[in-house]
Design a protein around this ligand. Structure first.
Ligand code: URA
Length: 217
């Protein structure tokens, strides 16, 4: 029997007035785009959940699939293919046929924010959907947070304290009571990759650790 889908924001989600206004403007400016909250991608019975920040305007917001068409996706999806968490080819569009394997991708904020910067209130408003996402994954054993905002929102979603679970690239926070490990990586954004804050070997090392820990692929 298929697993029940987690609650997700409606197409015209009104929770964040600024993001709702931006959505209306984007529907006019980019009429061929998705321009709505971007749903998570991948199977609910996955062992790994990857949490990004928010859709990019011309990427996930346009294509309707997390990280798809975004600069960050050009680093993330090839890594998932290399490590066996994806099958097929990444074609920068939602209908490229790429499939995720043992892995699901979501965002801390489901709607595109102006300048890629959601406010603390917007991150908090979207957190219930992250809570629902985590609760809907019965085989979840690892969460990879891309960047500090994803990390902080995920730690809060799990009811953990940020003071005892600080963000750090390469960190692995064992939440033994939950049978879950929270991994951190710098976000694979254009800024971080262009400035060398995050290099491909650094990103691969995080996936290596996850893959070794999970030993499922
Ligand atoms: N695209 C997404 O969907 N999420 C990010 O965090 C960055 C780009």
């Amino acid at each position: 029997m298929p697993l029940p889908s987690p609650r997700r924001p409606e197409e015209n989600c009104p929770l964040c007035p600024r993001l709702a206004d931006f959505r209306v403007a984007n529907r006019r400016a980019l009429p061929d785009g998705h321009n709505a909250p971007v749903a998570s991608f991948g199977p609910l019975d996955a062992a790994l959940l990857i949490v990004g920040l928010a859709p990019g305007l011309h990427g996930a917001n346009f294509t309707g699939r997390p990280f798809t068409g975004d600069w960050a996706g050009d680093m993330l999806y090839p890594a998932l293919l290399r490590f066996g968490f994806a099958l097929g080819n990444y074609g920068e569009r939602a209908d490229d046929g790429l499939q995720l394997r043992k892995c699901r991708i979501t965002n801390a904020v489901r709607c595109v924010p102006p300048q890629n910067k959601p406010s603390p209130a917007e991150i908090a408003a979207c957190r219930d959907y992250l809570v629902a996402e985590i609760a809907a994954m019965p085989d979840l054993r690892a969460i990879l947070c891309l960047g500090r905002i994803a990390h902080d929102s995920t730690v809060r979603a799990l009811g953990e304290k940020l003071s005892t679970r600080p963000f750090g690239h390469g960190a692995a926070h064992r939440l033994s009571e939950r049978g879950l490990t929270l991994y951190d990586s710098y976000h694979c954004s254009r800024y971080n990759t262009n400035t060398g804050v995050l290099t491909p070997p650094m990103f691969d090392a995080v996936f290596d650790a996850i893959k070794n820990d999970l030993s499922i692929i």
